[in-house]
Design a protein. Sequence first.
Length: 288
Amino acid sequence: MSISSSSSKQDASRQEEFKRATANVLRAVAHGGAEVQVAFQPGPGGVAGKRVRLPLPTRALPPAEMAKLRGAADAAALRLRHHDESVHANRTPARREAKEVFDALEQVRVEAVGARHMAGVAANLRARLAEECEAEGYDRMTRKDQLPLPAALSLLAREQLSGEPAPAAARRVLDLWRDTLGEKADAALAEMARAQDSQEGYARAARRLLAALQVVAQVRFLFHHHTAYIRQDRDHAVRCSRRNDRIDLCIAQLPVAQLSARCGVQGGLRFAHAVGRQQLFLRGHHLG
């Protein structure tokens, strides 16, 4: 047997042992047992129900890759253990950008709560986050708009929830965000930290953060003793439902939308609301 063939078999065996050990630790941290299915596949990882997908490790398995994979496995395990999908779905905003931020903020919560009393898990998550910040080139960013909104808000939330500073690579660009958030956003972040043990309370505070930064538009008006709540919708359309004396209207498109909705109320209405330099218009009609 050649030396290269023997080395290749050893690498393959080491890879399989690492995958098996990582999957077993993931199930233990998640308190999921055998019902949690773990697959190692090329591409990014993810969690769907009780199924976890992790990046496929190379046979060489350098230390940096092992640390990154352990962090990914711990992050997935903590989501399985501390996340309630029904609560999340009830609070998830419809607009795509807002949903991305909301999902990222919930991942921050499960990691902060889960790692609080597990030093090894906390270390793996810190190493993974530091590697991601370096890989994305956060240390080379000089403008606020270079850092994507989900990344910026999740890093700021992580600082609040864990009490630990962001990785060194992200601090300069994160300071640009921190200095421009405003009092309402700062208050929402503080409330998220206080509510981190309650997914419902945390989700409400996260929605206030999104509203403070106008990631979701939430405005209210009165008409014939009815109250309507207007928000953006992912499919750029208008939906309307009647709940007792409340009318729910979902408006989709900014910066400028002039839309019609069949509201089920007597008469008609016209409403304009300024969102920064943007205008949102609504006209309602009687269903007849």
